[in-house]
Design a binder for this molecule. Structure first.
Ligand code: FE2
Length: 211
């Protein structure tokens, strides 16, 4: 979509290059997960020793990151406005997840944790609290992305992923979308789905990749 952006807006809307993700550990950190499927999903599930996921690897999957000053959100952050304009994010709403806010909290957590994909990118801006977005890498390994206050994360269309609160049990996040939002999760396996095929093509994998 062609949008007219001023040079200032263009600069404000620029994503954080992967080479600088390491400077933003207060807002984001990523690591390969352990293989423990029994322990609580809200635990960090780091490997021993910890095995960080290189930002470049996430970027190659289509994951995008911006780090903003979340305290500026209420007063109208020009950086967020520029990102919305540049990427066509015409819809937004705000969700708060805590045990008190979400009826059936434990059941909801399990639901969020079901591996799925979407027909659009998933965009979340963490205004407060924190949570884990887990994405499958090209080798089908789980990468855990810890998003905290200030992180605006884009998870690409067609990537297998899931979400969970962490041990803090609190996240307040903005959900952004291009056009009328579609939140429907498409559970794995969905190898033949056009969004999956598109994703596989984008990461250079054969369209017939194994389920
Ligand atoms: Fe999702």
């Amino acid at each position: 979509m062609a949008v007219d952006l001023t040079p200032e807006e263009l600069a404000l809307a620029a994503e954080l290059p992967p080479s600088e993700w390491g400077k933003a550990t207060a807002s984001v950190e990523a690591w390969y997960m352990d293989d423990d499927t029994e322990a609580d999903q809200r635990l960090p599930h780091r490997r021993t020793p910890n095995e960080p996921c290189p930002p470049e690897a996430l970027h190659a999957l289509g994951v995008r990151l911006w780090v903003l000053d979340a305290d500026k959100y209420e007063s109208g952050d020009p950086k967020l406005a520029a990102i919305r304009k540049a990427r066509g994010y015409s819809y937004e709403d705000c969700i708060t997840c805590t045990p008190a806010c979400l009826p059936d909290y434990e059941a909801k957590l399990k639901m969020f944790y079901q591996e799925h994909l979407h027909t659009d990118e998933e965009i979340r801006y963490v205004l407060d609290g924190s949570g884990y977005f887990d994405v499958r890498d090209a080798d089908d390994r789980w990468v855990r992305i810890w998003t905290k206050k200030g992180a605006l994360l884009v998870v690409p269309e067609g990537i297998y992923h899931r979400f969970t609160l962490d041990e803090g049990n609190y996240i307040k996040a903005l959900r952004l979308f291009v056009g009328v939002p579609v939140w429907t999760p498409i559970n794995r396996p969905a190898e033949e789905h056009p969004s999956r095929q598109k994703f596989l093509a984008s990461v250079g994998q054969a369209a017939t990749a194994a389920a």
